[in-house]
Design a protein around this ligand. Structure first.
Ligand SMILES: [Zn+2]
Length: 308
């Protein structure tokens, strides 16, 4: 089984200001951990290619793409919202983060790969059709999904989002697109304060109570995600892999362990093997406690690879 690992140096150059939690070290600690644990021996590594405007506009308004391009600074920072800023490298990093998921999709659908993991930033799942927000500029996973559907001809794909924050951007772009089933868990009453009422029938949103543990995730997966996914019978599965529900992560009040990330990924792999010829593309979203992020991403990749 061939697994692709896609990253890009521009992910390390985009910064949003000193002390910002969505920092370049997030990508480097994952890469360092996978290398130290010998897991990079089991993957084929690729440098991400940038997304084209045509690819971006399968998920975004042309105005949004043009505005971000125009606002990219030559020096210093430009604030997009109170939490989200561009530096001179952001535009390049955002193009490569979106392009990584398109490339991963190509490799998995017609490149002889079964799985792909994109270790890239900026993340994407808060970016709406016309709005950058919440550390996100382009919705990387939605751009990959639209590529699978509109270019590669797939008819049914699933998106699984286990970031602790609701993927409002993915919902904004994909709600009502009957070719997609999106299932997610997120902490209730947390940024971006959406998702408790799904916007369309193709959304299965499971809000988890603050201070709940991985047991609540496991119940959601067994009782809600798995039946919905099996009934939908996807031809491919995308994962918005956020690791910020971890108990060590200050961004939320959920108490997931490293092992919960391995467990949920194993359940996704089982469904992919049943329905989707094993095809999974996973891309990094949140996760801000660097040691917990690195350990959790390791267990996520081990499960994708099928090794203990
Ligand atoms: Zn998050």
């Amino acid at each position: 089984m061939r697994t692709a690992y896609i990253t890009h140096a521009s992910s390390l150059r985009h910064e949003m200001g000193q002390g910002h939690p969505e920092c370049a070290q997030r990508v480097s600690v994952i890469g360092d951990r996978l290398l130290a644990k010998g897991l990079l021996d089991f993957v084929e590594a690729f440098d991400a290619t940038p997304a084209s405007e045509e690819q971006l506009m399968r998920a975004h308004e042309a105005r949004h793409v043009a505005e971000l391009r125009a606002r990219a600074p030559r020096e210093g920072f430009v604030a997009i919202d109170p939490d989200t800023a561009m530096n001179p490298h952001t535009w390049e990093a955002a193009l490569h983060a979106a392009g990584a998921v398109v490339q991963a999709t190509e490799l998995v659908v017609r490149g002889g790969f079964k799985r792909a993991f994109c270790n890239v930033r900026p993340p994407g799942h808060h970016a709406e059709r016309g709005q950058a927000m919440g550390f996100c500029f382009f919705n990387n996973v939605a751009i990959g999904i639209r590529h699978a559907l509109d270019v590669l001809g797939l008819q049914r794909v699933a998106l699984i989002d286990f970031d602790v924050h609701h993927g409002n951007g993915s919902e904004d772009i994909l709600a009502g697109d009957e070719r997609v089933l999106m299932v997610s868990t997120f902490q209730s009453r947390l940024y971006p304060f959406s998702g408790e009422t799904p916007r369309a029938a193709n959304m299965r949103n499971v809000a988890l109570a603050p201070y709940s543990t991985g047991d609540a995730l496991r119940r959601a997966v067994i009782e809600q995600w798995s039946p919905a996914l099996r009934a939908f019978d996807p031809q491919m599965i995308f994962i918005s892999a956020g690791f910020d529900a971890h108990r060590d992560d200050d961004m939320s009040q959920l108490g997931w362990s490293d092992q919960d990330y391995g467990w949920v990924t194993q359940r996704i792999v089982e469904i992919a093997d049943e329905c989707a010829q094993g095809r999974i593309v996973s891309t990094l979203e949140g996760g801000y406690d660097l040691p917990a992020l690195a350990r959790s991403a390791e267990l996520h990749l081990r499960a994708l690879l099928g090794i203990d």
